[in-house]
Design a protein around this ligand. Structure first.
Ligand code: ATP
Ligand code: MG
Length: 577
């Protein structure tokens, strides 16, 4: 591609709404253009990278016999009614009506459609297992679209769906997709981790699910991992043991202390000059469990925080939220001064976090305005309730074996794989004949990759203060070839070299614009192609050579125009990624 013929334009200014590097750089390097909140046009060079990601995904999935299809972006409401998700999907799903007043939506995901295709065609176990996938536009009306392509409203996803007669086939298919995902992200050159995620209370017993997280400080997710034990889980799923708590084991009588207007753990502990881990945090939740209202008091060490997902799984509830002020009043609880002592066991369920030592002494709310208990000892002073793992894992925790400390990293979720079981096949009445001539609802797996998010994640991992540093796998082009000079002679030489590179199949971007060296080099660094080749008038006259620069290391060398295509190819081959 010649830049003199391209629409490409770069920008100096950082857009006001761009908080993270990839967002800033994609806009500044002219890869994407914002149309509206969470809506971006893909410009030629950005689109080239996106298509390269798509191509890598295709190649790896086709290898394991997945079949590519393309489902409609607009889907009829009836299908979602059938699965029961028309109401459940919430505000993220964009619904509308056609002129005949029929319900439609823009696909946020496609389990319903793919299951519909399946039920119309597949009738026998002999046709299974089967995996279908597509690379297509999705729309989700995200509450907070942000970070450019990272969390857009319209974005490109690869979604795959597998069908199986039994769990062992599902496990095998799941493992194949898992391996394909590793191959995809390795080929792209991303530093990633496959982490255990939570399948949720509704999923069948041992349903597996993993997230593929690209390691980056700007990531929205937390990953808990332990290299020694090869353990990685997202923070919501992670099960760890808290270490290093200095419990107060000094026996002392329980008593009331005045804590005027001190309603938070921080305030109370600062006021009493006690470490927060010697207090108990009391959180009251409302849960809808099979249509019945329940209230739950969760107790945690003062400096721990509740993992709502763990609570949700323990309760197997439909709805979960903190109790409202008026609900607290009805329960005779005084907001800011809630505690476990003296609660009527029939009013609410009490769950102690397992990190709490029941024989230790704590500050806890006294259920009276401006008062707390001191030296409340759960074992001695009437501990009612059960014990469970309720807390969010944090840096400094230990693995379940207790042998190693865990570490925390931030991650960007680029892929998610999930064993769905027969949720959708049952809901949509899919029936397949098994070996014994009986009908059965097959099991499904679903597998997503955020294609456009992958491009943003690659830039998060590859950039410096001057711009993007692409891995060669998905760089829009491999070589930025800059002509620096005005004479006819040098222009002719540049044309010759450009043609030679093109003929050798090298992906070259030819900066033949009428502009100075500084301008071209700035653009070249910003766009971040792996190699920059410069044909400069002065250098060429003096020694007949060109300059070749690696974007990732800044390494420079002089190269001869003779055999330039081979030289470039070798330089590309030498790049680690
Ligand atoms: P997140 O927790 O980030 O919202 P999700 O759990 O909603 O993701 P899935 O429904 O599993 O995501 O979708 C599959 C993949 O699609 C995700 O792993 C992610 O890479 C990508 N993805 C999801 N939402 C967006 C978005 N708003 N913009 C870009 N990519 C997205
Ligand atoms: Mg989401």
């Amino acid at each position: 591609m010649r830049l003199s013929k391209s629409i490409w334009q770069t920008y100096k200014e950082i857009p006001a709404d761009a908080e993270i590097a990839s967002h800033q750089l994609m806009i500044r390097a002219g890869l994407i253009h914002k149309v509206g909140s969470g809506l971006y046009n893909y410009m030629p060079f950005g689109y080239r990278s996106i298509r390269k990601v798509e191509q890598i995904i295709r190649e790896e999935l086709d290898k394991i016999d997945c079949q590519e299809i393309l489902m409609t972006v607009v889907t009829p409401g009836e299908l979602w009614q059938e699965s029961g998700r028309w109401e459940k999907m919430g505000g993220e799903m964009l619904k509308f009506k056609d002129k005949g007043e029929r319900d439609l939506c823009i696909s946020p995901t496609n389990e319903e459609t793919v299951t519909d295709i399946f039920r119309k065609i597949v009738k026998s176990y002999k046709q299974l297992p089967l995996t279908l996938y597509q690379i297509n536009t999705k729309f989700r009306d995200e509450i907070r679209p942000r970070f450019g392509l990272m969390r857009g409203r319209e974005f490109t996803m690869k979604d795959a769906y597998s069908f199986h007669m039994d769990k062992s086939s599902l496990d095998k298919g799941y493992q194949e997709l898992f391996d394909a995902y590793c191959a995809i992200f390795n080929r792209i050159g991303l530093e990633f981790s496959a982490v255990e995620a939570d399948a949720g209370a509704m999923a069948e017993g041992d349903a597996k699910t993993h997230e593929f997280q690209v390691i980056a400080n700007s990531g929205e997710d937390q990953i808990i991992y332990c290299e020694e034990e090869n353990y990685a889980a997202n923070a919501e799923k992670a099960e760890t043991i808290r270490g290093g708590v200095e419990f107060n084991l000094q026996e002392a009588a329980i008593g009331i202390v005045d804590t005027p207007n001190k309603t938070t753990i921080e305030e109370v502990c600062a006021f009493l000059s006690l470490p927060q881990q010697q207090s108990l945090k009391s959180l009251v939740y409302y849960a809808d469990i099979e249509g019945e209202d329940h209230f739950i008091l969760c107790l945690l060490l003062g400096d721990d925080s509740l993992n709502e997902l763990k609570l949700r799984n323990i309760l197997a509830c439909q709805e979960l939220r903190p109790a409202t002020d008026s609900e607290l009043l009805k329960l005779n609880l005084v907001k800011g001064f809630i505690g476990p002592k003296g609660l009527a066991a029939d009013k609410m369920r009490v769950i102690y976090d397992q990190a709490i030592n029941r024989d230790a002494y704590y500050i806890t709310g006294a259920n009276q305005e401006d008062k707390h208990f001191e030296n409340f000892c759960p074992a001695r002073d009437g501990m009612i309730g059960e014990t469970a793992d309720l807390r969010m894992a944090v840096e400094g925790d230990y693995t379940l074996s207790g042998a190693h400390q865990i570490q925390v990293k931030r991650g960007i979720e680029v892929g998610h794989i999930f064993q769905l079981g027969d949720l959708y096949t049952k809901a949509l009445g899919v029936k397949v004949l098994d070996q014994n001539g009986k009908t059965k609802a097959p099991l499904m797996g679903c597998y997503g990759i955020g294609v456009t998010r992958v491009v943003a994640a690659a830039i998060e991992q590859g950039h410096d203060e001057n711009g993007i540093i692409w891995p060669k796998s998905i760089a829009p082009f491999h070589v930025y070839f800059a002509l620096v000079g005005k004479s006819e002679e040098i222009k002719n030489e540049a044309e010759k070299i450009y043609q030679e590179l093109l003929n050798a199949g090298i992906e070259v971007l030819f900066d033949d614009r009428n502009a100075g060296a500084g301008f071209k080099f700035k653009d070249s660094d910003l766009l971040g192609l792996p190699l920059r080749l410069v044909l400069g008038e002065r250098n060429f006259k003096e020694n007949g050579q060109l300059e070749l620069i690696m974007r990732s290391t800044g390494e420079k060398e002089l190269v001869s125009p003779e055999g330039i295509a081979t030289t470039i190819q070798q330089a590309l081959d030498k790049l680690e990624k």
